[in-house]
Design a protein around this ligand. Structure first.
Ligand SMILES: [Mg+2]
Length: 245
């Protein structure tokens, strides 16, 4: 086991892969809406999903509609908005962890902050907002102050910093809950979870996966780049299925 990475054959036989999206499966783009997923990556994910008997999920801060658009025509099991929205299997419905909606006032205030800081990009989600400032890193301190002041008026929400982004999301919703929910039912239940992520929001997923007896891998300590992760995923996808022999 290199750097705590499980061997492809054992993942193929009994693993469940729970993968963060941005910075893990695909490189981070200058703007969140500028991400493009190469056709080879989509083909690989399709093959991997089949190889794992459906136990492959994307666990992301993005909303599911955006994720589905980026992976089209592929639809995968997924947890969107850090676990707020859950799709356990292809063709299955979307479960909401809580009936959260984005408060109008939070949305308007977020837009005002974005307008006051040209170059930032505001992402509106089902129940929260994410302010991306990759193009204007010098605005970080001012943005943090504004977002702190904003979240102080919304006790049901919390502020979470990420790579060049500040996110306000419903309190109590995190990727750890997403991992536990996915692993609790078919096609994931009974398999060993392997969660992989690159950002602060992934720490809850890493901890939950380890607590379930599985693996929680940080990109910086293991694969480092999405390309290298893809190489490892490809090795899992081509492991021969002995049970079919
Ligand atoms: Mg990430």
């Amino acid at each position: 086991m290199l750097n705590g990475i499980p061997p492809p054959a054992s993942v193929a036989a009994q693993g469940a892969l729970l993968l963060d999206f941005d910075g893990t499966l695909v490189p981070i783009a200058g703007r969140p809406d500028a991400v493009e997923v190469p056709g080879e990556t989509i083909a690989l994910l399709r093959q991997l999903h089949r190889r794992l008997g459906g136990a492959l999920a994307i666990v992301t801060g993005r909303d599911l509609a955006t994720l589905d658009r980026l992976l089209a025509p592929l639809v995968l099991p997924a947890a969107g908005e850090h676990g707020l929205a859950l799709r356990r299997r292809v063709g299955g419905g979307v479960e909401l962890a809580a009936p959260h909606v984005l408060p109008e006032v939070l949305c308007a205030a977020g837009q005002a902050i974005a307008t006051a800081h040209p170059g930032t990009v505001l992402e509106l989600k089902r129940a929260g907002i994410a302010l991306h400032y990759r193009a204007v890193p010098g605005a970080a301190v001012s943005l943090l102050a504004a977002m702190c002041a904003l979240v102080a008026g919304h006790p049901g929400h919390e502020l979470l910093p990420g790579h060049m982004l500040l996110e306000i999301r419903p309190r109590g919703i995190d990727k750890g809950g997403a991992v536990r929910a996915l692993m609790g039912a078919a096609p994931f239940a009974g398999r060993t979870p392997i969660f992989i992520g690159d950002d602060i929001t992934d720490e809850d997923g890493i901890a939950a996966s380890r607590a379930l007896g599985g693996f929680g891998l940080r990109m910086a300590e293991t694969f480092r780049t999405p390309d290298r992760l893809s190489d490892w995923l490809a090795r899992i996808a081509v492991v021969q299925d002995d049970s079919a022999a």
